[in-house]
Design a protein around this ligand. Sequence first.
Ligand SMILES: CC(C)(COP(=O)(O)OP(=O)(O)OC[C@H]1O[C@@H](n2cnc3c(N)ncnc32)[C@H](O)[C@@H]1OP(=O)(O)O)[C@@H](O)C(=O)NCCC(=O)NCCS
Length: 149
Amino acid sequence: MIRKARIEDIKAIQKLINYFAGLDQMLPRSLNELYENLRDFWVAEESGKITGCAALHISWEDLAEIKSVAVAKPRQRKGLGRALIRACLNEARLMGAKKAFVLTYKPEFFRKFGFKRIKHDDLPHKIWAECINCPKFPNCQEIALLRQL
Ligand SMILES: CC(C)(COP(=O)(O)OP(=O)(O)OC[C@H]1O[C@@H](n2cnc3c(N)ncnc32)[C@H](O)[C@@H]1OP(=O)(O)O)[C@@H](O)C(=O)NCCC(=O)NCCS
């Protein structure tokens, strides 16, 4: 089941994200950041367990960001990632966003959904202002991709 996240899901979401962050596949998230952005999150729930998550964050007047996409190792390659991305893209359209972007180490996964590579400079400055708080700053290897909605 793909559904919006609830407060009680946050610790499981953090565990999932920080497991892959430990493998350098995505950025870690603090509990504070997750609670504050709870309403951005979608989760995959199977037999009462959180097996996947993804977030949709509104960034700018016509722009949404997909963040923190993770599917538990044993549940990968079964369509959960796709279902989570679909939920985020549908929500972005409902919110009135015209474009969605992602910063990722897995560009090939996002190409499956029509995202195309862009230059970091093509994104609004506001997004780069947030980078200063990132543990990877200034050595960011993430690739920026964008799609129209
Ligand atoms: C990337 C990730 C979210 C994919 O989730 P998933 O549930 O395995 O993906 P799905 O099964 O829904 O796959 C959807 C499509 O993407 C493809 N795909 C899945 N993982 C892929 C990857 N790492 N690279 C390229 N394509 C990938 C699948 O083959 C499938 O394509 P198809 O429909 O043409 O067969 C998952 O591997 C993951 O959590 N990885 C670790 C964290 C991470 O890297 N997050 C993404 C960046 S923020």
